[in-house]
Design a protein around this ligand. Sequence first.
Ligand SMILES: [Ca+2]
Ligand SMILES: [Ca+2]
Ligand SMILES: [Ca+2]
Length: 310
Amino acid sequence: MGSNLVAYIFKRTRVLVLGLAALWLWCGCTLEKPQTADGELEREKNEQLNVQRGTLPVTDRTVKAIAWNLESDGSDPAVIAEQIKKLPSAQIYAFCEVDPAEFERFEKACGQNFKAINSETGRKDRLQIVFDTEQFELVRKMELHEMNYRRRYRSPLVVHLRHKTNHEEFLLMTLHLARGKPEIRQEQAKKLVEWARDQTLPIVALGDFNFDYDFHKKNGNEAFKIFQRDNVWMWIKPKTLIDTNWYDPDGDNVDNFKDSMLDFAFVANSAKRWVKQCEVIVRQGDFPDDKKTSDHRPIGVRFDLPAGLR
Ligand SMILES: [Ca+2]
Ligand SMILES: [Ca+2]
Ligand SMILES: [Ca+2]
């Protein structure tokens, strides 16, 4: 009787173990296999999830870029240059509100093998893109003067870069849209949508868009809404929203536009499918702003170029 019971239990246990093993195998295979016909799309989705979880490793296809409004008329260039040196490492820097007299100083602050492309419009509020020449080759550069009403504002600055090892080409744009006149900013947003629609290369655009994105209303100003049209551009929305601009004209040491964002990174065309993430860079004591520092926080963007497409 006892041995029969042991045999019975053994048999049942074996069935249970085999059943569990089969279930485990089925689940494992199901999880590992892409659920869509397009395995590449599934891989990208998984990578995006890893980015959100902060677990994606840096690869040789990873590009890091930093955009920062340097507040040309309200900061000390020597202090800013030192602060640039202490930023997290990046291969591309996109500055706005740069005094042309300081172009060289900021170029040098980015690193030894870096080259600057400087804009010609904007008087003392110029744009500057500085990139690592060991990683990128400059194919061409352009300023989009058609978006600069009577050249009174700042023409967006674009560089066409080619990665030296994987040969991927893309457009990197920086801009500083109009602040004072909403109608000018809205016209610029509209033209940027049309311009991006006509491009074939992947585009990364980063800078001071002056879109006044309100964290509580979850929306920006009219120019922000225009820029969203037809989903031509995709916002690389930071996981944590952090105010990017200190604005305190009444001097009460309280930011008059709290929980608002002016600085953004967007992608268009095939760059929308790249692994990408953006975060606002907070440094100790950066706000409140003073006469030596910038009233903007830098934003850091990470994107992974596709592997072996060309
Ligand atoms: Ca300042
Ligand atoms: Ca603010
Ligand atoms: Ca205030």
